[in-house]
Design a protein around this ligand. Structure first.
Ligand SMILES: [Mg+2]
Length: 315
């Protein structure tokens, strides 16, 4: 399991860092100079290997999973990130989403973590999806009701609307099945049945589920790239990530495909990279990326501590 934790965390961070220099470039702009390797600078003027909020908040969650599960610990880590540059790549926060920022302000004011996130349809940016990956290792052997409830709570620290929760849930169910060794296409097909069935069983509004129709009713891997959007909306991010994962066969191609869609490049690639890292493993993540990613040793150490707490202690 340790290797899987490592490749998931690193998968997120490297996808994020690859996308940071071209964040906000649109589809047409990025097509002129597609990203093919770790470049650095650009949009945020950060050196190669610099990850952003996506990976930082992922590590804040992972760090909380090195202790007994507690929403307050996760929330405290998020506050520490924004105020004290905790788990940043280079000692400063240079990118923060509006909904996340608002939620952290509420957390600081003492609002309960479960209630701090936005609950309106407009609060469905990709800010909880981009940081959710490590949670899969805590959910693994729990029943589906519990997996959903815990996912709902952890998403709600910043993003409380059901659409964001479903996106996180879909992503984590996908990740869980990858850990169990299932084939990605088999997983995709299984989820088309399992996810709506479960959501309807707990009385989620079918209209909300219908926002996921392209994933749940069509075959997203057959969709033309021109119709895959990659902005900050959580539906766009989950669609683009699953599409990038299903239409490639290695880590590098998956994250670069996500980035070269343009727009919210770092987040789309971070979300794709979590699953691709998990699926293809450490050895498939190019060595040149592993050498240049910020805080490599700290990330490996974090994975070790997560593994010790979640799996070794149980032996
Ligand atoms: Mg970012």
């Amino acid at each position: 399991m340790l290797d899987k934790i490592k490749s998931t965390l690193l998968g997120v961070a490297i996808g994020d860092a690859l996308g940071v220099p071209v964040e906000f470039q649109d589809h047409i702009e990025i097509k002129k100079h597609p990203v093919t390797k770790m470049i650095g600078y650009g949009t945020h003027n950060q050196p190669p290997g610099t990850f952003s909020d996506d990976a930082s908040l992922t590590f804040c969650l992972a760090e909380a999973l090195t202790q007994d599960f507690d929403l307050n610990t996760i929330a405290a880590n998020f506050i520490k990130w924004r105020n004290e540059d905790y788990w940043t790549a280079t000692g400063c926060v240079f990118d923060i989403g509006i909904t996340t920022s608002r939620a952290i302000t509420k957390l600081e004011a003492g609002v309960k973590p479960e209630l701090a996130g936005g609950f309106e349809p407009r609060d469905n940016g990709n800010g909880s999806l981009m940081r959710i990956a490590p949670l899969v290792f805590y959910l693994l052997d729990k029943p589906i009701n519990e997996r959903f409830e815990i996912t709902r709570k952890v998403s709600s620290i910043t993003h409380g609307h059901i659409r964001s929760v479903i996106a996180c849930f879909y992503y984590l169910e996908f990740a869980m099945k990858l850990i169990k060794g299932m084939d990605k296409v088999e997983i995709y097909n299984d989820l088309q049945k399992n996810i709506p069935e479960f959501l309807l069983s707990i009385s989620v509004d079918p209209l909300e589920i219908s926002h996921f129709d392209r994933l749940l009713k069509q075959n997203i891997s057959n969709v033309h790239s021109g119709t895959i959007k990659s902005g900050g909306y959580v539906i766009e991010t989950i669609e683009a990530s699953i599409w990038s994962l299903l239409t490639t066969d290695n880590y590098n191609d998956a994250v670069l495909k996500a980035i070269n869609l343009g727009h919210d490049t770092d987040t789309t690639a971070a979300v794709t990279g979590g699953l691709a890292g998990l699926l293809y493993g450490m050895d498939n993540i190019p060595l040149e990326y592993r050498k240049v990613i910020a805080r490599y040793d700290d990330i490996m150490d974090l994975a070790e501590r997560m593994n010790d707490n979640l799996f070794e202690g149980k032996k």
